[in-house]
Design a binder for this molecule. Sequence first.
Ligand code: NAD
Length: 346
Amino acid sequence: MTVFNKVEFDNHEQVVFCSDEESGLKAIIAVHNTQLGPAVGGCRLWDYASDEDAVYDVLRLSKGMTYKNAVARLPFGGGKSVIIGDAKKIKSESLFRAFGRQLERLSGSYYSAEDVNITTADVAIMNKETNYVLGLEGKSGNPSPFTALGTFLGIKAAFKHMNGHEDLSGVKVSVQGLGAVAYSLCEYLHGVGAQLFVTDINQASIDRVVKDFNAIAVDIDEIYDLDVDVYAPCALGATINDETIPRIKAKIIAGCANNQLAESRHGEVLREKGVLYAPDYVINAGGIINVWYETLEGGYNEAASTKHVEGIYTTLCEIFERSKTEQKSTHLIADELAQEIIKNGL
Ligand code: NAD
């Protein structure tokens, strides 16, 4: 298995493979870059098909965090962790305690938080073994509503850039994945009159959004073929790829999922097709911004955090404008912006 020469490795400072026999923990912690501060990024619990898939995922997510934190102007480096296994079967007090002990061993070069299948309750268990966790209940709490707010504002910014106004009433939006972030996002979109087309692998999540927000449910694979204005990927990564791009009719792609582009080149393919893509790590930074506010002296401040999250709108407008002027895809413009900030400081 190639590691150091993999494109995704991208000079990671440290990658740690962890296991604990008693709890069955199998995890990987990736610290990509600590130039701007300690690496911060959530922990994902997922039943990967292979160890290679888990390595690939954690490396891509970790690098994404370096760029996300930089563009959000946070004094954080980038890192991420994955626990391998079926969330319905392996969750236990001893598993999260064992993971907490692994975090403790890294002495603060990496702080973990929530991601897919990891709740504030799980992070609270890690916290029994280590202080190197963020997003704690009673402090900044669940980051998902803030990620949803940033994503909603990002959709508005994209709509404004493309249509000259941001009135979303009657606008058709497809939402793929209806988890913690997407539920709040659907609430925002329904609140301004958007028409929702939704899918998930979990029927209960679909039923809830259909009932609460008058959404129309579609099959898992049908989501790519819909005649909609906006496609919001809110499940897992790599849904924008050679197979799906020819099928996507939306002129805007803006959602909360991490690593939406299967490969970097797909960003340019979208631009050539006239699709405006909101770079994932810019639009979905609301949660990590909110987490930062719990680290400040004086304690968590929701109003200040919300104001910072609202800045995602302006950042995206600037990226869209620069992309138009320089005739370069939005994700490359975002990468350049991140690299400038990492090099020159916040
Ligand atoms: P979640 O686990 O609550 O939701 C994910 C949803 O996607 C689940 O309902 C799941 O059933 C569904 N899903 C999985 N595979 C699917 C498929 N193939 N098709 C349709 N639905 C599918 O997670 P979340 O916290 O809402 O995060 C969603 C995405 O946003 C993830 O990519 C995550 O990394 C990213 N993200 C989350 C946050 C946050 O604050 N939670 C912050 C930044 C980025």
